[in-house]
Design a protein around this ligand. Structure first.
Ligand code: TMP
Length: 210
């Protein structure tokens, strides 16, 4: 899988502030003259939006394999309809979650075979990997509290703290394995401080944005 230079992903545990930071980074890059697309998984397309509703509805009792395949159905549509065309058009794509979320949630936390996930990546998203991944890391209980205050309660927020701790350690393991791609940012600090750290990483990585 090759790393596309204009492709950036944000990852992290619940309540780490990904969607806020995606917006702030997109604004920064646009003000530096870049053409930027903000997108999200699951979702990013009309079909993906429908799949997202199925995946996050707290009343749905879902088989783990069905869950995994729905994430990949959403991703297949997203990669072909949004990500590939944008990268070919020399745009910068910033996605709120991508394949590392599947490795952390369905692999490390649900316990599905990582080899199956690797095979699905090769089928669904061949030749594409983010050039840079910002991993917003923080204590999972604090993140869940933040989401509860914001009245965000989906199927995953209802999982036990141990599930979320496995997600967190899954992400940190990916970061240890791929330190060049995955940059860990302490998301427990306030929004402005986190943004400043992210922009410094972007300047260092993309070079030309100052
Ligand atoms: P979010 O937009 O609030 O992050 O919600 C998406 C939820 O879906 C979040 O709980 C993480 C989960 N998820 C997976 O379990 N696997 C995946 O591959 C992706 C992209 C998300």
């Amino acid at each position: 899988m090759s790393r596309a230079k204009g492709f950036i992903s944000f990852e992290g545990v619940e309540g780490a502030g990904k969607s806020t930071q995606v917006k702030l980074l997109a604004d920064f890059l646009r003000s530096a003259g870049h053409d930027v697309i903000e997108t999200v998984e699951p979702g990013g397309t009309k079909i993906g939006g429908e799949i997202r509703k199925l995946l996050l509805e707290p009343r749905n009792q879902m088989d783990p394999l069905a869950e995994l395949l729905l994430y990949y159905a959403s991703r297949a549509q997203h990669v072909r309809e949004v990500i590939y065309p944008a990268i070919l058009g020399k745009k910068i794509v910033i996605t709120d979650r991508f394949i590392d979320s599947t490795v952390a949630y369905q692999g490390h936390a649900r316990g599905l075979d990582l080899q199956i996930i690797e095979t699905l990546n090769e089928i669904v998203a061949p030749d594409i990997k983010p050039f840079l991944t910002i991993l917003l890391d923080m204590d999972v209980e604090e993140g869940l509290r933040r989401n509860r205050q914001a009245r965000k309660e989906d199927r995953f927020e209802m999982e036990a703290v141990e599930f979320h701790n496995r997600v967190r350690s899954g992400f940190l393991q990916i970061a240890r394995e791929e330190p060049e791609r995955v940059k860990v940012v302490d998301a427990s600090r306030n929004t402005d401080e986190v943004t400043r750290v992210i922009i410094d990483i972007i300047k260092e990585t993309l070079g030309e944005t100052q």
